[in-house]
Design a protein. Sequence first.
Lengths: 405, 329
Amino acid sequence: MNKEISQLIRCKISAIKRLTWVLSTVCILLFNGQSAAENAPLSFEVSYLKLLKDHVATFSNINALPEDSGLLGAQLAVNDANSTGKFIGQTFTLSQFELNASQDLLKRIEQQFKSGVFVFLVSGDSGVFEAIDRWAKNKPVLVFNVSEPADDMRQTLCLSSVLHTVPSYRMKSDALAQWLVAKRLSKILLIKGEGSTDEHIAHAFSLAAKRFGLNIIEQKVWNFNTDLRRSTQQEIPIFTQTSRPYDVVFVADAHKDFAEFIPYNTYLPRPVIGSAGLEALAWHRVIEQWGAAQLQSRFRKMTARDMNELDFSAYLAVRSIAQAAQQTDSGKPAELIKYIHSDAFELAAYKGRKLSFRSWNGQLRMPLALVQPNAFVSESPQVGMLHPTNELDTLGFDAREMRCK
Amino acid sequence: MKKNTFNMSLLLAMLLGCNAITQAQAEELAYVSNEKDNTISVINLAQHKVLREFDVGQRPRGLVLSHDGSTAYLCASDSDSIQIIDLVDETVTGDLPSGEDPETIALHPDGKIIYTSNEDDALLTVIDIGSRQVITQIDVGVEPEGLAVSPDGKLVVVTSETTNMVHWIDTETYENIDNSLVGARPRSAKFSQDGKQLWVSSEIGGTLSVFDVNTRQVIHEFTFAISGVHRDKVQPVGVELSRDGTTAFVALGPANHIAIIDVASMDIEEYLLVGRRVWQLAFNQDQSKLLTTNGVSGDVSVIDIAKRKVTHSIKVGRYPWGVVVRGAK
């Protein structure tokens, strides 16, 4: 009863508020033409471009991401930006494009740019970003990579026009490696799939292991041609039997084809990390500290599902531009770009630390959560991991590790 | 004879026991809302001991006392209500309609109106205590948090964490008269006793802004530096200003310290180490003590203000959030 009344009141109030806003805008226009021109409402259009990928066949489909992952994160951030924007005369809109080939995506981005859009969120692969980066040279555009963790994009390709709001494989590997150091688990059995991305993840982890002084005692490739659902209990123990003991098993399996079947089936009873068991993620439904509970519930209310890492990366991208617009009170692309790349930029993102972009590779620096499917386990950087300027830079490629081609 | 002695000592013990209870009732009590336990811990401030805990609604956070101290109003966020708690019986006696997910709460100086921020809905709800009715709801920024009513009762301000603003609202017309940008993730707002200044903490921005209330302009901005703590971890949250207007106290979140500021010179004079992730602050009645709720370590630190020393650490429930002190009867 009370709720109904309060809702009714709320509707009325917001209607009155809208009317007042319209009236006051009219008044400003009528009586103060000069300042109205200066304070004209700023509007920002954000384009979300998604390169459609071929579906990868896996044993079990239960872990597939919802199709609208990413987009809904961007939508929530647009809603938040508009809630803020109504007090400062800024509006944000979102348009979405799904494209089958990278050429189509490039054409679309060009077309959007010509119609005045300069903020692009892109969900695609390394190749698309290389092409976009060539296109974007000397153009006043903001391109956010919200989906691709590939390390070459952060170390060797040197994409000067792309900002990454999704953490790289290397950041995730460093986050897990730091936890292993903290737990004194130094002997690792590394298992990887046959795919090139699996190899990529395994390589990132071996770099992290080297950085933090961990010992990979053996590497194995999973290529058994068996139905794991029926025979994991027979197959995995034999597969994970080694001549030397290990403290932990790291699994590199980008599509979770077999990773989820490794825990509880290893030859030695050891924890599993990487693509199953303990994962390093920018976001997961179990995160609730630092105000995260509010973001989780806002997202759930809007979408009736949990927010995942892709949603969060897109959310951060829109929040970055909204933050820059709020702080600079400018709609000029060059000013916004300059601000986002500057030391003044700081993003509050439910992580308990201010986030900012690394000047050397455009990666958003952030703490990563280490989670198991139903609980938050830890957060990296681990306590005691030191860095000359910013502890967050103990995760991922530091400035001196850049190898631009 | 031996038996008699035993009885006598038993009687004596009982008398002493009774005496202790009477004394305890006459002492100051602190009430701490435990966000993850759905309880309130009752602390005897003379003994620095938790006397008991009692059950309240879900996810209890902000709380405030009625002027006579007999009643507490508590935001039970996940119960979507403000609970009215009789502090004599320590029972929940009723609810105020609060809108969804109330987080923080402030009482108008007239004691008749309550303001609460609805974190999930970006609203400020105004509630009439007498009729238990919502008077109005006002649109504010995303994740409204800190709330304060000016001492003359004419202004209510609310900070919004994700919009990074202070919203200034007229308490008579319910009009949002101004919005001021502050550092990232503003948390607490406090008016000075004379109503001339408003102090606002920004958790992620790491700043504390002091506004001149007349002009609504920032007249001073503090940043904090604690040796051995990275500046990004110094995150101002709760703010309290002493009644005499001389001193400000600021909780610095995961830096696990509070800062003590001399208001006249605007100098940060000292940092005191307290529990982990220090959130909210409250004075006792004569302002000889300051209490801090420490979210991660699940305890309350007691600071002797004259000595500027943390004298006690009192274990309470999980994620202690708000704290109020009720004076001696």
